[in-house]
Unconditional design. Structure first.
Length: 324
């Protein structure tokens, strides 16, 4: 039976994502409402190692639900990858009396939480990443905002692309995962979507597709290229040379990680944050929160990290059918 939780900590780790603030707010206010002490750890696992920790009151999370980024700051901590760093972090948790830790981040951050749990810290992970690449969940905090930010940009580029009858390559975020590219591509009617999980570097096929489209009267050709494939500028030069069609590349970059979270991200992040606190209070630990079949659920952290996620083949196929 887990010991009674009195003090919980919350940190954000890895790439920031819109909605992380809503999750922090929910953890702090649910924790306080349930009679707990809540501590905010600054700069992810680095802040835990260096004891950069603040007591959080209700007012510390005022005016943040609508803001992108994370008020706790975030980091990719190399020191926490080492056993020494993990031990230091666990010692700080014990010293600060933190008996439950809520980690908001992606898969990497959950691996960190898994390590902390080996030192007896009760941990719960909340899926926070714009990439949607966490296997145990159909939703991650920040994806909805990021994909809509990217989509708005693509719609704008489409206007000018059509006016000039150009081909446009738009590079969206996703180093290892193509979900932003796939959703954004389907929603914008892009003629080609290049996913790190699927692209076979067959540029000739891409070129033939552009030429065929032009012959059929297409006024533009949009290619959504995921960051993991990259090289958009070089690709644009080669396509222009091979097709004779003016081709431009736009790399959307970090704008996709910022901005005010959508209603969906605020609501889901709030509910997941509250859920994590309540699960800790029920004595449930070493879990990862997810969203499956319309419900907030949680999984054992080891099982969650062992799951794999693949691109939805039907969605990918239909994206091609619809953009013909
Ligand atoms: P994300 O959480 O978005 O996947 P990262 O993969 O960069 O982002 O992970 C965030 C941080 O989590 C890393 O900088 C590191 O401090 C910690 N982390 C990642 N993998 C591990 C691991 N295997 N063991 C311990 N800590 C890890
Ligand atoms: O948070 C996810 C993500 O934005 C990926 O899509 C991207 O590849 C990566 O983070 C970039 O990370 P960094 O902030 O370290 O450049």
């Amino acid at each position: 039976m887990a010991k009674t939780i009195k003090t919980i900590g919350v940190l954000t780790s890895g790439g920031d994502a819109p909605g992380m603030n809503a999750a922090i707010r929910a953890v702090v206010r649910t924790g306080i409402a349930r009679g707990l002490k809540v501590k905010g750890i600054l700069q992810g696992y680095n802040g835990l190692i260096n004891d950069e920790i603040r007591d959080m009151e209700r007012s510390d999370v005022s005016d943040i639900i609508q803001r992108g980024g994370t008020i706790l700051y975030t980091a990719r901590s190399m020191e926490f990858m080492t056993e020494e760093g993990q031990k230091k972090a666990a010692d700080v948790c014990h010293k600060e009396g933190i008996d439950g830790m809520i980690v908001i981040g992606g898969d990497g951050s959950f691996r960190g939480a898994q390590k902390l749990s080996h030192y007896g810290i009760n941990t719960i992970g909340l899926p926070g990443t714009i990439d949607l690449d966490i296997a145990c969940t159909d939703y991650t905090i920040g994806f909805d905002t990021a994909v809509n930010t990217a989509l708005q940009a693509v719609d704008k580029i489409r206007d000018t692309s059509t006016s000039h009858e150009r081909c446009s390559i738009i590079e969206v975020m996703g180093r290892n995962a193509g979900y932003i590219a796939l959703w954004c591509g389907l929603a914008s009617g892009a003629e080609d979507i290049l996913l790190p999980e699927k692209y076979d570097n067959n540029e000739q096929e891409l070129i033939d597709h552009i030429i065929e489209g032009r012959k059929r009267g297409k006024k533009h050709h949009l290619i959504i290229n995921a960051e993991g494939i990259g090289h958009s500028s070089g690709m644009a030069r080669r396509i222009e040379a091979a097709t004779g069609i003016e081709t431009r590349a736009t790399i959307l970059g970090y704008m996709q990680r910022g901005g005010s979270p959508t209603c969906l991200d605020r609501v889901r992040a709030s509910m997941m944050g509250a859920f994590a606190v309540d699960r800790l209070l029920q004595g449930v630990t070493d879990r990862v929160v997810g969203f499956k079949e319309g419900k907030i659920v949680d999984y054992d952290i080891d099982e969650a990290l062992a799951m794999t996620k693949t691109i939805d083949e039907y969605m990918f196929e239909i994206s091609k059918v619809l953009s013909q």
